[in-house]
Design a protein around this ligand. Structure first.
Ligand code: GAR
Length: 199
C-alpha cells in the first residue's frame, strides 16, 4: 500500500482595503508558478477592513476564503488589531501580506507577525513613506519613481527592503499616470519577493 506523505502547507494571508490588484497578481502568480507544488504554499485567505473592497469578489471567485473585519465598530486600533489577528491566526499563516492595506498597525500586531509580515509601498523607500507618494515625487521633481516590497517593522513604511522596481517619470505625468506605471511594476515585484521567501 502506498503511504500518504502529509506535507504542511505554508498558508499566505493577504490583507487588502481596496481593488486588490496586487493581491490578484499574487494569486495569479501562485497559480501560474504552481506554488502549491513548488513551495507547498497557497493563498489561504484574503481579509479586508472595508466591506466594499473590490478585491473580495476576485478572491471568492478563486475559491479563496474572503472575510471582512471592518475597522469602524472598534473603539481603538488595539481592539481592531486584536480582532484582525484572531481572523488571521485561524489560518496559521507562514506569511501575512499587506497589499494595499490602508490601516496603521499597532506595535503589538507588528511584533506578533515579526519576520513574516510584508508590505508593498508605492515609492522608492526610504523616500516618501506615508500617503500621496506619487504627487510628492512629482512635486520634488523626481526623474524616477517606483515601488518597494519590505518587511514590516514598527516604523511606518520602513523595514528591510526585499525588492524594488524603478520607473521613469515622464513629461506631463500626473499622480494618476505615475501611479498606474508604478502599479504594473508592483504586480511583478510582489509575487517575486514572496516566491523568494517561500524557497
Ligand atoms: C498599491 O499601489 C499599493 O502599493 C498601495 O496601495 C495600492 C493598492 O492597490 N499601498 C500603499 O499605499 C500602502 N501604504 P491594489 O489594491 O490594487 O493592490
Amino acid at each position: 500500500m502506498k503511504g500518504i506523505i502529509a506535507v504542511d502547507m505554508k498558508n499566505i494571508v493577504i490583507l487588502i482595503s481596496g481593488g486588490g490588484s496586487n493581491m490578484a497578481a499574487i494569486v495569479r502568480a501562485a497559480q501560474r508558478e504552481h506554488w502549491d507544488q513548488r513551495y507547498s504554499a497557497r493563498v489561504s485567505a484574503v481579509i479586508s477592513n472595508r466591506p466594499d473592497a473590490g478585491g473580495l469578489a476576485f478572491a471568492r471567485e478563486q475559491g479563496i476564503a474572503a472575510q471582512v473585519v471592518d475597522h469602524k465598530p472598534f473603539a481603538n486600533r488595539e481592539e481592531f488589531d486584536a480582532a484582525l489577528a484572531a481572523a488571521i491566526d485561524r489560518h496559521e499563516p507562514a506569511l501575512v501580506v499587506l497589499a494595499g492595506f490602508m490601516r496603521i498597525l499597532t506595535p503589538g500586531f507588528v511584533a506578533r507577525y515579526q519576520g513574516r509580515l510584508l508590505n508593498i509601498h508605492p515609492s522608492l523607500l526610504p523616500a516618501f513613506p506615508g500617503l500621496h507618494t506619487h504627487q510628492r515625487a512629482l512635486d520634488a521633481g523626481c526623474r524616477f519613481a517606483g515601488a518597494t516590497v519590505h518587511q514590516v517593522t514598527a516604523e511606518l513604511d520602513f523595514g528591510p527592503i526585499l525588492e524594488q522596481a524603478v520607473v521613469p517619470v515622464v513629461p506631463g505625468d500626473t499622480a494618476q499616470s505615475l501611479a498606474a506605471r508604478v502599479l504594473t511594476q508592483e504586480h511583478l515585484i510582489y509575487p517575486r519577493a514572496i516566491a523568494t521567501l517561500l524557497r
